[in-house]
Design a protein around this ligand. Sequence first.
Ligand code: SAH
Length: 371
Amino acid sequence: MREDTTEKRAGQSAAESPSAGTDRQKGSDVLPDIKSMYLEELRSMVREKGLPAFRAKQIYEWIHVRQAASYEEMTNLPARLRAELSAEYPLVTAKLIDRQISAADGTQKYLFEMPDGCLVESVFMRYHFGNSVCISSQVGCRMGCSFCASTLHGLVRSLTASEMLEQIYAIIRQTGEAVSHVVVMGMGEPLDNYDNLLRFIRLLTGPEGLNLSQRSLTVSTCGIVPNIYRLAKEGLHITLALSLHAATDEQRRKIMPIANRYSIEELMKACGAYYRETGRQITFEYSLIRGVNDSSADAQGLTRLAKPLRAHINLIPVNPVRERGYEHPDNAHVQAFKKELENNDVNVSIRRALGKDIEGACGQLRNRYVR
Ligand code: SAH
């Protein structure tokens, strides 16, 4: 399977968001994307078609509450309407290409194909608090972080709201299990796809749809500062996770190109604004890379950043990516790094390493198919 990639890097135009809207981005035959429509928009569509108003809610529920994969399933709609809708508003569905189940912990890694042939990775994990799905927000990524497999082939395109939802819906259909938590931590930079992300969040957490609690949704960003401020003002109660990975600008620039654009000071101000506006505790993600960012001085620097924000630190022993040659510190060292933060009264956890045996790191499964 081939995809054309367009190499763009964070230094160029990271803050731009691709166009939003509800049209499927599929070459020239742009068809309305019903799965990305808000209930209000569906109501207008139904009105314009001269259909009874209650049809809007029926269709919306089939799509978002029952995760229907085709109009055929919508048995309380007249057959003629089903045929008409399927011609005019084809449902975006994620086609299952590959699924790997970890023998170690049951984590399931999915590779889906979107309607235009793009490949997307998602992960299903079981925790004591419920089932969690990790979704991708873009096909590939243009942020260029040196430890990340998603960015190796650049950005292909951003995902629409429906394509983000569909990763969750397809997993619900596959597993037959409920999903209580969602993290946007798969491939791509969600704040580089702002409008589609917001639409996705509103659809996913809206009371008329799957109605996922906003508190159970985490969006992870490499730190696109203007969009952190924007997100702070949206009136949402989602958790923001910042991929920090270094405590100084100098060090951060070596592993994350976005650090050439925004300083840690600017980032901390933006996180402060987010915390104040939303009252939500921020998470700092910190991938521990042996010999790069795992010293005692790093732990002290991290403490100075986390404390004023009362941020929670999530340590992630780096998932080795063959192409990059990074290794994680040994377990004793990871524990010592954690202990040092704890001694400084910083709230810290080590991310449970799930799915190690199934290429759990973002972008790795897809990279086996895209060459
Ligand atoms: N673009 C977003 C979300 C995607 S990555 C972001 O940067 O936050 C989700 C998290 O996994 C990020 O913290 C990312 O830096 C981290 N990550 C990526 N590759 C990794 C690897 N090989 N090992 C450990 N963490 C990794």
